[in-house]
Unconditional design. Structure first.
Length: 303
């Protein structure tokens, strides 16, 4: 009789027990995330994983980048409407996916990313030098600079590239005379100085180029050295320049090559990656100041 009662009770609660088992066996994780960060390219975005009952994560960050970190951070180099996907998986290999869009707007400034084997530099091109800006952007978008070398590197002075002949140049080949076959008129702006990280146009000497016209493609980035008040005062006296207080403070803080001011056109500035200039400047060079191990570049306009 007792067994019969037990059986009846078991049957009475069987649907409830089966329901519990079904919930347990079919349970899936909750996939959820939020994000924060910059909204203008190049934009660093931090993803905050809010998933529940999950052990592993697979992210598709919308620009071809994937991650398995719980809460990755990512930098978007271009503007766009990116579809982000997060797949959360639990210990029973059951998963759930969630999607969300991230909007990144274009930059207000004209920006170029320069990639090297030592790291990347982000460069702002100045509106005050429109001819140089337009020419540089044109060449970058054509892929002109891709795989060219920094063919002349002088520690404490500058790193130079942009010679198309450097693309497939064998070791020891003299470089520095190539270009696209035209020059760009000089655009001297008193407030654009040769501080560390300045992007400036190379050119031929005054004896054959009294107008100081710039090379169509060759450029240098200032590494420069430390400066003091006496050095700046001497340059002011010799060149007839009068630096503002702020400009002097910039030179004293960052260093540079002020003796080149008003001689070569400065048309941009490295705003991220100054340490990359330091690394390139220190590499071993041959007798022509060419790095013994090739340092190639790749450039892209940030849009």
């Amino acid at each position: 009789m007792k067994n019969m009662i037990l059986l009846i009770d078991t049957l009475r609660y069987l649907p409830f027990l089966l329901g519990i088992a079904l919930v347990v066996s079919c349970s899936r994780p909750v996939a959820k995330f939020a994000y924060s960060g910059e909204k203008i390219a190049p934009a660093k975005v931090q993803f905050n994983n809010l998933s529940e009952d999950a052990e592993t994560y697979e992210w598709d960050l919308g620009d071809g980048t994937n991650s398995k970190e719980a809460s990755p951070s990512h930098r978007y180099l271009s503007s766009g409407n990116y579809l982000i996907r997060l797949k959360a998986t639990n210990a029973k290999n059951k998963s759930r996916m969630v999607e969300q869009r991230v909007m990144i707007g274009p930059p207000e400034d004209c920006l170029v990313l320069m990639e090297t084997s030592f790291g990347n530099m982000l460069i702002k091109l100045f509106e005050e030098t429109p001819k140089h800006q337009e020419n540089f952007v044109k060449l970058v978008e054509e892929g002109y600079y891709d795989s060219l070398l920094f063919h002349r590197v002088i520690d404490g002075f500058m790193i130079q590239g942009g010679d198309p002949a450097s693309k497939n140049a064998p070791a020891g080949k003299p470089l520095g005379m190539g270009g696209p076959g035209y020059t760009v008129p000089a655009e001297f702006v008193d407030s654009l100085m040769h501080q560390k990280g300045a992007l400036a146009a190379a050119r031929t000497g005054d004896n054959v180029n009294p107008q100081k016209a710039s090379s169509g493609s060759q450029f240098y980035i200032v590494h420069g050295g430390e400066l003091n008040d006496a050095m700046l005062n001497e340059i002011e006296s010799r060149k007839g320049i009068r630096y503002t207080k702020k400009e002097k403070e910039t030179y004293l803080k960052n260093g540079g090559a002020p003796f080149l001011d008003r001689e070569y056109t400065v048309f941009g500035q490295v705003i991220e990656g100054l340490e990359i200039i330091d690394k390139i400047a220190k590499v071993p060079k041959d007798g022509r100041d060419r790095p013994k191990n090739d340092i190639r570049m790749k450039l892209r306009v940030i849009k």
